[in-house]
Design a protein around this ligand. Sequence first.
Ligand code: MN
Length: 206
Amino acid sequence: MPFTLPALPYPENALEPSIDAQTMNIHRTKHHQAYVDNLNKALEGHADLQGKSIEQLCAGINGLPDAIKGPVRNNGGGHYNHSFFWVLMAPKGQGGAPSAALAAAIDKAFGNMDEFKAKFADAGMKRFGSGWSWLIKKTDGSLAIVSTPNQDNPLMTGLVDATGTPLLGCDVWEHAYYLKYQNRRADYLKSWWDVVNWNEVSKRFA
Ligand code: MN
């Protein structure tokens, strides 16, 4: 099995109260695990693809055989997105602050940090149904906020509006927040800022 569920870099209850331990447990050990299992299943018999990284599979999604393109898009996307999501969060007070370079780039692109947060949350709120909001670094070095449906991500060339390197991503599927917040996606998005790992975001920006 080429892909496995990555270890969580903090205890399941470490992101409370923003994300409760039960949601974290089910989200990771059931939802994320299912993406991993179904990705491995889709790649059975494709030794050449089993050797690729998850980033390579996402970036090359349009070149995959038609029979597995859909399953890899959904489950490979799910595996990449969730692996990314876990490390882009940290217990409250431990995520640091944006680096000076990242803060300057955010100011340049969005006006200031509050405007950035408002626009990022707005992308999540306007995503109808299930999906993600992202902060990406485009190939020209500039920042952009994008939203993707389902488990698509900004690595998927030819499938998404704007491709780039993901710096930050927020899961707005109901399974990410429903146990604690029910229908209140806005409250989840607001509380989520408390557990963003800015040290990791800054590292990826650099
Ligand atoms: Mn999810």
